[in-house]
Design a protein around this ligand. Structure first.
Ligand SMILES: [Zn+2]
Length: 84
């Protein structure tokens, strides 16, 4: 019985070492998926008033009816708010 436990412990250690090794390879070849996602191009949204594409982070947001609209400027946001 003790031998069986020892074999299980050995398999566990080997599996752990294997996954550490695989993680090291993934890091060496361009990093984790998190780092790759950060490098991806920023998604742009369209200003429904003037048609300009803006980055949501820097845009002027306006929430209405569970939807968020993004605008290039306060003027666009105000004219959308008035027409809505
Ligand atoms: Zn605009």
């Amino acid at each position: 019985m003790t031998r069986v436990l020892l074999i299980f412990a050995l398999i566990f250690v080997l599996a752990w070492a294997f996954w550490r090794f695989v993680d090291g390879i993934i890091d060496a070849f361009g990093g984790t998926t998190k780092q790759r996602r950060k490098a991806a191009p920023m998604k742009l949204v369209r200003d429904p008033v003037c048609g300009t594409f803006v980055a949501p982070k820097e845009a002027f947001a306006f929430r209405t009816g569970g939807e968020t609209h993004y605008f290039c400027s306060v003027e666009c946001r105000e004219s959308f708010r008035k027409s809505a």
